[in-house]
Ligand binder design. Structure first.
Ligand code: AMP
Length: 215
C-alpha cells in the first residue's frame, strides 16, 4: 500500500510514520529527514537546501520532486511506501500523481493528522531531538528519563533550528498557505481520512492502524 501522511508541523507525522512503516513493512520517506541528513553530511544537496530548511521556507518544488522520485526507485519501495512531509504544495502533489501514473502506481490512502494551530506552536517549542539517532521527545508530554539526554543512545538532545519560535510561526503560515489546500485536493480524489492528532500518541496510532487495516 502507498500512503501519504499529511498534517501541520508538530502533528506527529514523523513519530506515526515510523510506527506505521514498521508495522506495515513500508519504506518511510521523510523529505525533512533526507534534507537534514544531507545538511549534516555537508553534501551539495545539503548546501542547496540549507537556507530554506533553516528559515522555515519550502525547498523549490522541482528539487523536492527530483529527490522523492530518486528515492521511489529504490527496491524497498516496491512493496509499499509512506510519504511523510511530501507533498507540501499542489504542484508537488500533481507532479507526484503524474509520475506515479507513468510508473503504474498510485496513492491508495491519504491520512491527515489534524491539529489546531495553537497546538502546533506549543508542541514545536517543546520538541527536542537526539543529536545522534534522531529520536524525538516532547519536554512536557514525552520527556527523556535523564534531562536533555536521549533514552535510546545517551547522546545530548537539541532543539531543531527551525523549531525556534520565529521560524515556527513562519512554517505554520507556509503550511496554511501552501499545504492545507492539499486536504481538499485529496478529498476530491476520495481517498482522504482524517485523524485527531491532539489525542495521545498511542490513541493516534490505533486510529491510523484501524483505517489502514480497513482499507
Ligand atoms: P519537516 O521535517 O517535514 O518539517 O521538514 C523540514 C523542512 O524541510 C521544511 O520546513 C522545508 O524547509 C523542507 N522540506 C521538507 N519537505 C519538503 C517538501 N515536501 N517541500 C518543500 N520543502 C520541504
Amino acid at each position: 500500500m502507498n500512503i501519504i501522511l499529511l498534517g501541520p508541523p508538530g502533528a506527529g507525522k514523523g513519530t506515526q510514520a515510523k510506527r506505521i512503516s514498521e508495522k506495515w513493512s513500508m519504506a518511510h520517506i521523510s523529505t525533512g529527514d533526507i534534507f537534514r541528513e544531507e545538511m549534516a553530511k555537508g553534501t551539495p544537496l545539503g548546501a542547496r537546501v540549507q537556507e530554506y530548511v533553516n528559515s522555515g521556507k519550502l525547498v523549490p518544488d522541482d528539487l523536492v520532486v527530483e529527490v522523492v522520485l530518486e528515492r521511489l526507485k529504490k527496491d524497498d519501495c516496491a512493496k509499499g511506501f509512506l510519504l511523510d512531509g511530501f507533498p507540501r504544495t499542489l504542484e508537488q502533489a500533481q507532479s507526484l500523481d503524474r509520475h506515479l501514473r507513468k510508473m503504474n502506481r498510485e496513492i491508495d490512502l491519504v491520512l491527515n493528522l489534524a491539529l489546531q494551530p495553537e497546538n502546533v506552536v506549543e508542541r514545536l517549542s517543546q520538541r527536542r531531538q537526539c543529536s545522534k539517532c534522531g529520536a524525538t521527545y516532547n519536554l512536557r508530554t514525552c520527556p527523556p528519563r535523564q534531562e536533555n539526554l536521549c533514552d535510546a543512545c545517551g547522546a545530548p538532545l537539541l532543539q531543531r533550528d527551525d523549531d525556534k519560535a520565529e521560524t515556527v510561526r513562519k512554517r505554520l503560515m507556509v503550511y496554511q498557505d501552501l499545504t492545507e489546500p492539499l486536504i481538499a485536493y485529496y478529498r476530491g480524489n476520495g481517498n482522504l481520512e482524517a485523524v485527531d492528532a491532539g489525542q495521545e500518541i498511542d490513541a493516534v496510532s490505533r486510529s491510523l492502524n484501524e483505517i489502514i487495516s480497513n482499507h
